[in-house]
Design a protein around this ligand. Structure first.
Ligand SMILES: [Zn+2]
Length: 68
């Protein structure tokens, strides 16, 4: 996981940028990004940033939930 073919395009609907990361499509969908039905999702730099931001937020929410 993580490595991608050169020239792969971002899987997010409407995005045409070059992908820098491949992730499980399930995880990407859970983060709220719109990707196709393939098992793997390719993300460009911008969408990967967005993905990381959203997963970080989720983790914080979980912390609150379990600490409260
Ligand atoms: Zn993208």
């Amino acid at each position: 996981m993580g490595r991608i073919d050169k020239g792969a395009k971002c899987s997010v609907s409407g995005c045409v940028r070059e992908a820098v990361r491949s992730l499980s499509a399930e995880k990407v969908k859970a983060a709220g990004l719109k990707v196709g039905s393939e098992k793997k999702a390719y993300l460009c730099k911008e969408h990967y940033k967005e993905y990381k931001k959203k997963t970080r937020k989720d983790r914080q929410l979980e912390k609150w939930r379990y600490s409260g």
